[in-house]
Design a protein around this ligand. Structure first.
Ligand SMILES: [Zn+2]
Ligand SMILES: [Zn+2]
Length: 253
């Protein structure tokens, strides 16, 4: 059995308090890695900005980010409890092809689900309650990925639990998906554009979102609601007409 599967087997049987501590550790490590990688990327691509420099970090941003990490831990614990109660049933590892399919299904379902939720979060009745907090920060930095209203964190967590419950994705697929989600969330909040100039000219590749795509949503709340792809914005007519120009400008064009 590979180390990841051994870890999941232990997670299934260990006392719940211990599983909760592992969840906290996992979330803190993801948070720290995101901030470190984010800082390195911001320095590496500082000559390709897609947003003005953010304001100095406020105490409120730090508090919200800490609350976000704690609530993500809570979501993980709820997921573990549901899995141990066999309400969530995960497929056993089925090799490379099966894992790839599982990851792609998770990405596709979450990409669509988050687009729908994000559009709903901009409805005037919901916006002040769940989403305005994230939009207080128009010029994102890596930390902004975690600067969310607590209801929004729980909403994302609930969506993810439902998607895992529906898809029965394997353990390794879930871990790969979580890494993928962290990378995309981080890239969207760098304030700089790591993608090369040719990105929007390449078939298929150009449907994958870029840093400038999500930065565009922070600057113009009526467009770019998607996360991993621009497919849903294209389909529902919410892709910013400025997207290509913004991307080329970030790339020095
Ligand atoms: Zn954002
Ligand atoms: Zn928004």
């Amino acid at each position: 059995m590979n180390p990841l599967n051994s870890f999941f087997t232990a997670l299934y049987t260990m006392p719940l308090e211990q599983a909760a501590l592992w969840s906290l550790l996992g979330n803190v490590v993801m948070f720290a890695l995101a901030l470190l990688a984010g800082e390195a990327l911001v320095r590496r691509y500082h000559d390709k900005p897609n947003s003005p420099a953010p304001e100095p970090i406020s105490r409120q941003e730090i508090t919200l980010a800490v609350v976000c990490v704690l609530l993500n831990t809570l979501v993980a614990i709820v997921g573990i409890v549901l899995w141990r109660a066999e309400i969530i049933q995960l497929r056993p590892d089925g090799g490379l092809l099966a894992t790839t399919v599982d990851v792609l299904v998770l990405i596709a379902l979450m990409d669509f689900g988050m687009y729908v939720f994000h559009r709903m979060a901009h409805h005037p009745l919901l916006y002040p309650i769940i989403h305005l907090t994230h939009h207080l920060y128009e010029n994102p930095r890596p930390l902004t990925l975690f600067v969310l209203n607590p209801f929004e964190v729980l909403g994302f967590g609930a969506l993810l639990i439902v998607v895992i419950w529906l898809s029965h994705a394997s353990q390794v697929a879930i871990v790969i998906y979580l890494a993928f989600n962290l990378i995309f969330g981080l890239v969207g909040h760098l304030g700089v554009e790591p993608a090369p100039e040719a990105w929007l000219k390449l078939p298929v590749i150009r449907t994958i979102s870029t840093s400038t795509f999500h930065a565009g949503h922070h600057h113009d709340k009526a467009h770019n609601f998607g996360f991993y792809t621009v497919i849903w914005d294209r389909l529902f007519g919410t892709l910013s007409p400025e997207y290509t120009t913004d991307f080329e400008r970030a790339n020095g064009g």
